[in-house]
Design a binder for this molecule. Structure first.
Ligand code: HEC
Ligand code: HEC
Ligand code: HEC
Ligand code: HEC
Length: 380
């Protein structure tokens, strides 16, 4: 016997031979065990499915239902709480206006000193509860603009007043304060940057994926839709978002499938930001039809224009003031989206207004004119 064959012969012989009887027993046992395991998995999977409550929002038969996951609703309520308002010190008739006391007040000139200090306290709670005044100020020189957050905050004051006056078709009387976006953080949650785009695969001679089929993009709900509809629609003066034809055949509709896909990406982002389904705004039978849409769709239409205005006229110009660690790796500045205010609620803070406590953020305070000096003399 050659050494080769010897090896071969010793191989199988040294291992115990499987008992054919035992083998069939095992396979007989395996089947019910596999079934049991399958059953347990299915039960576990079903237990993972959460209960959803439905609320009818349209006419009967239109299928305009909202699905609410109670666990999600509890989370959204937790995320939309409001801090205690600062106590108010009643002003005396001779309480001076802030401009008479402080040197470098450019926006809040219309406040008296008590209102001004109270708002500074509130701004500390809303933006930087741990650092307080020093987050924006050099404590030895409050008038100085040396810290960038102060310069940004001044612009934010103007932005907040503009939202509450110019954008009432969206924010109504409810309006916003710094808290609506910031919630105690210097950088509000739900801000966004331009997507860095693709490198290498997908964007080469083999074709352009047009941002599609990228896994794990939260903005578009992990769908295969283009990953950055926000830069396309919320950071430019892009016109109306219209993709659906009005006739059965393509006819005059020149909108491309690509435009439709970006539109659906934006719509998923909007729905997620508000914690609602498409039917909160649309009758899905005819997504384009305004007659069959809910009034909330019109509010959302103004919302899209407002967000564009905020990004183009406030957040982008603020960009150069921000330090590098506040920018994206590509140097892009943070921007506002629906999520920045709404944070999963159909109305930010579920529609509670904080402006009753902070009327100065609604817009410049208009005071009754001081009685003319001659009238005061005459009264004496
Ligand atoms: C989020 C940033 C921010 C925080 C926090 C903040 N401030 Fe201010 N502060 C400003 C801005 C912006 C101005 C200028 C307002 C304007 O131009 O209308 C200002 C102006 C002032 C002024 C006027 C200075 C001058 O002479 O012109 C005083 C006083 C002041 N703040 C006090 C405070 C105090 C006290 C605190 C803490 C309780 C505080 N601030 C917290 C942003 C902030
Ligand atoms: C519509 C949402 C929104 C509102 C309302 C808003 N902010 Fe901001 N704010 C932002 C975003 C987005 C940024 C950019 C975040 C960053 O700086 O990285 C920002 C940045 C800032 C910064 C710079 C923070 C840093 O460390 O970079 C300050 C300070 C600030 N806001 C103060 C205010 C104050 C004060 C108000 C109220 C008068 C206010 N903001 C209202 C969205 C908002
Ligand atoms: C918060 C309200 C709101 C929600 C939720 C919403 N949409 Fe929209 N949708 C709008 C508005 C507003 C427009 C028009 C935008 C414009 O003109 O700038 C629009 C436009 C559209 C269009 C284009 C219609 C046309 O005229 O061609 C389609 C398609 C669409 N939405 C689909 C959806 C889908 C699908 C969903 C759910 C994933 C959804 N929408 C969720 C408000 C909403
Ligand atoms: C600056 C903060 C802010 C931003 C950004 C914002 N919203 Fe709103 N939105 C509000 C406020 C405040 C209300 C509540 C108005 C009211 O009380 O009627 C509101 C209300 C709405 C409503 C009406 C809800 C209802 O049930 O009546 C819709 C729909 C809506 N927003 C959609 C959007 C969409 C879509 C975007 C992004 C394109 C957006 N919002 C961005 C502040 C904001």
């Amino acid at each position: 016997m050659s050494p080769k064959n010897a090896n071969r012969a010793s191989g199988p012989a040294s291992r115990p031979r499987p008992d054919p009887q035992a083998e069939t027993m095992a396979s007989r046992l395996q089947r019910p065990l596999a079934c049991l395991a399958g059953l347990i998995c299915a039960t576990l999977l079903l237990a993972g499915c959460q209960r959803a409550d439905t609320v009818q929002r349209g006419h009967r038969g239109t299928g305009m239902l909202q699905l609410y996951d109670p666990a999600y609703a509890v989370k959204a309520v937790d995320a939309n709480q409001i801090p205690e308002p600062e106590p108010v010190d009643e002003a005396e008739p001779d309480t001076p206006l802030v401009g008479e006391v402080h040197k470098n007040v450019q926006v809040l000139k219309d406040l008296n000193v008590l209102e001004f200090s109270r708002l500074m306290q509130a701004m500390s709670t809303w933006i930087a509860p741990e650092q307080g005044c020093e987050f924006c100020h050099n404590p030895n020189n409050l008038a100085s603009d040396e810290k960038y957050p102060k310069v940004v905050a001044r612009r934010m004051l103007q932005m907040t007043r503009e939202i509450n006056t110019k954008w009432q078709p969206h924010v109504a009387g409810t309006g916003v304060t710094c808290w609506t976006c910031h919630r105690g953080q210097a950088v509000p949650s739900g801000d966004w940057f331009k997507h860095p785009g693709e490198s290498g695969a997908g964007q080469n001679i083999m074709g352009n994926r047009v941002q599609q089929n990228t896994a794990g993009v939260v903005t578009v709900g992990n769908s295969s839709l283009p990953y950055d509809p926000l830069s396309t629609y919320l950071n430019t003066e892009t016109p109306d978002i219209r993709v659906q034809g009005t006739q059965a055949l393509a006819g005059d509709n020149r909108h491309s499938i690509r435009q439709a896909e970006f539109t659906y990406g934006l719509m998923i982002y909007m729905s997620q930001s508000l914690g609602v389904n498409c039917t909160y705004c649309h009758n899905s039978r005819a997504l384009a039809s305004w007659n069959e849409s809910s009034p909330q769709r019109a509010t959302a239409w103004y919302g899209i224009r407002m967000v564009r205005d905020l990004n183009v006229n406030y957040l982008n110009p603020i960009g150069p003031l921000l330090p590098a660690h506040r920018l994206s790796a590509e140097g892009d500045n943070p921007k506002v989206g629906c999520q920045t205010c709404h944070k999963g609620a159909y109305k930010p803070l579920f529609g509670t207004s904080m402006l009753g406590d902070y009327p100065e953020l609604r817009g410049p305070i208009v005071r009754p004119p001081a009685p003319a000096a001659s009238a005061v003399v005459a009264q004496r």
